[in-house]
Design a protein around this ligand. Sequence first.
Ligand code: PNS
Length: 165
Amino acid sequence: MQTVKVIYPGTFDPLTNGHLDLIARGSKLVDELVVAILRNSDKGVPLFSVSERVEMISEAIVESGFTNVSVTTFDGLLVDFARAQGAKAVLRGIRAISDYEYEFQMAMMNRKLDAKLETLFMMPAEKYTYVSSRLIKGVFKLGGDVSELVPPLVMQRMKAKGKTV
Ligand code: PNS
């Protein structure tokens, strides 16, 4: 029997409720969903190390009861990683039209690099359309309450780090 494996790649620094919402939606449609954290991100100094992010996502997967979701890391080209994993597609979230241009470019570049790899776009719940890891870090740093926007286990770890984002 053929099973459908899909990669959900990203930086996840940190995992948000928007990410979790997308994982929930995606995992219902596929046999296997692999959350893949990019190791060599060029987004500057991260709040959480890659291993901390793996830990948090693993805990969130267990807590949410997802039985067909796993987490791993990757380096280099996403298409190479997806091929090595035997994945048929990549899942990406589109929150608003502003995401579309970047996501479209990335999907087309990935298609150019590997015509067999599809990109699936899904929308998170409306209440998360403005949520991004970048905004969460910024607001938290300035003392704002982001506790409804990240899983409690992420909030705890953010508090433990202090406002040193
Ligand atoms: O959460 P992000 O930061 O928007 O995720 C971006 C990510 C990790 C999906 C993207 O940067 C990526 O796939 N990087 C790997 C390098 C690669 O394959 N680049 C070519 C795609 S245009």
